[in-house]
Design a protein around this ligand. Structure first.
Ligand code: DWN
Ligand code: ZN
Length: 420
């Protein structure tokens, strides 16, 4: 745990847009002083002060990028303790395998090809290319996941992807037919440098296939809990189009994905051949106002209302003597329990399949994290599903708990008892 005297040094407040550098930033939501969502607390640190930082979201009127203005040092966020391993989600593994197989076929990839993944985590995606005899290179700064990738044969550089590293790779002739960057574009402090680096490592006819949570469902479905310090940006197609064009790349195609509460799969190339999937979505965003501050004006009030209704529901269940647990020591879960202030008086424990998370405690509220078996062992009356984006998979997995009379609570967009 870092020294409290160091906390202030880890935090910088941005006054300019992360993408275009504009100064027309208008605050749309303030989630207050919030602990780091993926910094789970070890037992020996329970009595030590945790770093907490402001978590404020703003809209840029010049390029429409929604972003947090509170930057926490990436080396603190993605340190040796970073606990997120992609392979603990069977749904994500299937999603990634299908993506790789489709690209191998569509791009005619073979032994002469190279696939590079930025934020390659534990090799969850690149292993699919390896199995097809295609050369890969992973890049990820988090020691745990990177070592797990290397252990399954995925060559991985344990570092952050930067424009400088891109230049070195290109100079070594390592330019890629496909560059993957899943759930990382929102994480990078030097957004333009990162995108320019993608252009640098792409072959002239290569494609960058980038997945990122989509802003529109976040706002429409009140997915405020997906806001945390790791996620610096929250992308609309309008903002993405401007970002790529500024760096000599073109957003030519998008696919809508249900993963992570609603994401986009972006196909970005050096060549400009923008398809209808992009122009249509740009038109929808213009018509609905995602390129204007008015669209975001009611978001803060709507989140405050959800906050109140979720607290009321949980406190009334507790007042009736119910026992409540939670499922998913997710980063989004940390935002939710801290913003809604759900402590261990309300939630007895959180369960999670990720063994690296078990035995630790949720940031801020310090609620213990146990294996999922604790649900059938302790039989809480209700389970608040913090990893709601995997609700179907979790319900199937927890059939015994549900058949035994247990009930899920889904927190957003309207807190409700989930009866599968
Ligand atoms: O951007 C990010 C998103 C994509 O993933 C990262 N910065 C951090 C992470 O955010 P998250 O932790 O909110 O993501 P997940 O994948 O929604 O977290 C789900 C949690 O639930 C994980 O800890 C794994 C766990 N889980 C489980 O215990 N049983 C997941 C499934 C599917 C399960 O069956
Ligand atoms: Zn901007």
């Amino acid at each position: 745990m870092p020294d409290p005297k160091e906390f202030a040094r880890m935090h910088r407040v941005e006054t300019r847009c992360r993408s275009c550098g504009g100064s027309e930033l208008t605050e749309v939501l303030d989630l207050g002083e919030t602990p780091l969502a993926d910094r789970l607390v070890c037992a020996e640190h329970l009595n030590q002060p945790e770093p907490r930082f402001p978590l404020r979201v703003s809209f840029c009127s010049d390029c429409s990028l929604v972003q947090i203005v509170d930057t926490v040092d990436a080396h603190v966020l993605f340190d040796q303790e970073y606990p997120y391993f992609s392979s603990f989600s069977p749904a994500l593994l299937a999603h990634s395998k299908a993506n790789a197989q489709a690209l191998i076929k569509a791009r005619g990839l073979g032994p002469q090809s190279l696939v590079i993944e930025l934020a390659s985590n534990d090799g969850y995606l690149l292993k699919n290319y390896l199995e097809s005899g295609i050369a890969v290179l992973g890049i990820d700064p988090a020691k745990g996941p990177a070592e797990a990738a290397i252990a399954i044969g995925v060559p991985t550089l344990m570092t952050f992807f930067t424009l400088e590293l891109a230049g070195k790779l290109a100079a070594e002739g390592k330019r890629a037919d496909v560059v993957h960057a899943n759930n990382v574009l929102a994480h990078v402090p030097d957004l333009n440098g990162f995108v320019e680096g993608i252009r640098e490592v792409l072959k002239d006819d290569g494609v960058a296939v980038i997945e990122a949570p989509y802003l529109k469902p976040l706002i429409d479905h009140l997915e405020f809990d997906t806001i945390y310090h790791e996620h610096l940006c929250y992308f609309s197609v309008t903002a993405l189009d401007a970002l790529f064009r500024r760096n000599g790349l073109f957003l030519n195609e998008i696919q809508h994905l249900s993963i992570h509460g609603g994401s986009l799969r972006l196909f970005v190339e050096r060549l400009e051949r923008v398809g209808a999937s992009v122009t249509d979505q740009l038109a929808i965003e213009r018509a609905e106002g995602l390129d204007r501050i008015e669209y975001f004006r009611s978001f803060s009030d709507a989140v405050a209302g959800l906050h109140g209704r979720l607290r009321t529901l949980l406190h009334s269940l507790k007042a009736d003597g119910a026992r409540v647990a939670a499922y998913g020591a997710a980063a989004k879960g940390a935002t939710l329990i801290n913003y809604v202030d759900l402590d261990s008086q309300v939630i007895d424990f959180v369960v999670d399949r990720n063994v690296h998370k078990q035995g630790r405690y949720m940031p801020g509220q310090k609620i213990p994290i146990l294996p999922p078996e604790a649900l059938t062992e302790h039989k809480p009356d209700y389970v608040l599903v913090l990893a709601w984006n995997f609700i179907d998979e979790i319900a199937n997995q927890q059939r015994a708990y549900l058949d035994g009379g247990g009930r899920f609570i889904v927190p957003a967009p309207e807190p409700r008892i989930y009866a599968p």
